[in-house]
Design a protein around this ligand. Sequence first.
Ligand code: UD1
Length: 418
Amino acid sequence: MQKIVIRGGRALRGTVTVSGSKNAGLPLLFASLLTRERCTIHGLPRVADITTTLRLLEGLGVLVGDGEFATIVVEARTLTSSEAPYELVRTMRASFLALGPLVARTGHARVSTPGGCAIGSRPVDIHLAGFERLGARIRQTHGYVEAEASRLRGARIALDFPSVGATENLMMAATLADGTTLIENAAREPEIDDLAAALCKMGAKISGAGTSVIRIDGVRELGGFDHEVIPDRIEAGTLLLAGAITGGEVHVARARADHLDALVAKLEEAGVAVEARADGITVRGAALLAAADIRTSPYPGFPTDLQAQFMALMALGKGQSVITETIFENRFMHVQELVRMGADIRVDGKTAAVRGVAALSGAPVMATDLRASVCLVLAGLAAQNTTEVLRVYHLDRGYERLEEKLSTLGADIERVRA
Ligand code: UD1
């Protein structure tokens, strides 16, 4: 076991470069299942979720190139299995994205249901209702979902909620369906747009990705692709918040302002100076942080994946900030840990009232999920004395070389054996 030790109180300064997006990279890897041809993906981050996906793909018979993450080549020439096992799906819900490509390509898929996870129950009902609309026969037995269809049929699918995963899964499946599919109330996250761009390179006919109605005209066969993944907007937002919470000045190279509108608006409301340029975004921390309310919602709203980090900032804001989480039912697990560091936060259902304090004090704290763990790192950077963040494997699921990146900005942070 490892832990991260931070001696807080240093203002971060300098330039840091954001890595490729984990959440865009994962569906691109699953899209490779749709074709016999080779797919080349540039810029994948070296994080545990990507490694898990590569293992899952190998288990299905996909050939994975040498594993130099800068450029990964995957080739699903022959699939030897159509099953995504529990051991892998349980650690990463995105594994469920194997279902659409597998059933579309082979007519059969058997994928473990993801089960509950720390931040909420996260069912897959929206995915399954969509696959049934596409003509798949769905059976759920022994903790697995089995889908079958000799060829999927295009259909009009209205999603109950703009689920990111369901939109991706159904969009991939519909590329090889017979006829036209319309996904209504589709998720509009930039990762959907990026996936659609790669699918179009494969020969798919997709329009409307990035809007709430996506049209897919099915084709018989798809070819390979060569694609560079978009920069990680959540990592970028986290690094900007690291600059802001320490009152420093940080330039996040490759951060795309057009993907971070909601965060930028809230940073400015909190008094943080933000300068967006073509090559990235710079923040300059405020002498006195103001309170700002946030409400998470599907893109382009404020991302749930930045809620915990923004709460760490608000723990030091002047006045009261109200933070409402509408996407996941149990995504306030970082609150108790922040309170142990001296924050004044009260939770009532979906809402947390954060009353800013003059300073946080370092403490040993426990990471509970990916974004909660990085929120504690941010709090530790700003806190007095030493903070130890335990269970850092959560962090390693989605952040590439975080300590190294923060160190280059002047943070006193290291990873040690727990
Ligand atoms: C993706 C992101 C995750 C982010 C989330 C919301 C990836 C790999 N992960 O997760 O980082 O936090 O979007 O922006 O891209 N739901 C259902 N039934 C379903 C599907 C979803 O009820 O069939 C619910 C979920 O339980 C959750 C909400 O809808 O409460 C949002 O889920 P969804 O948009 O599907 O998120 P993911 O794709 O799992």
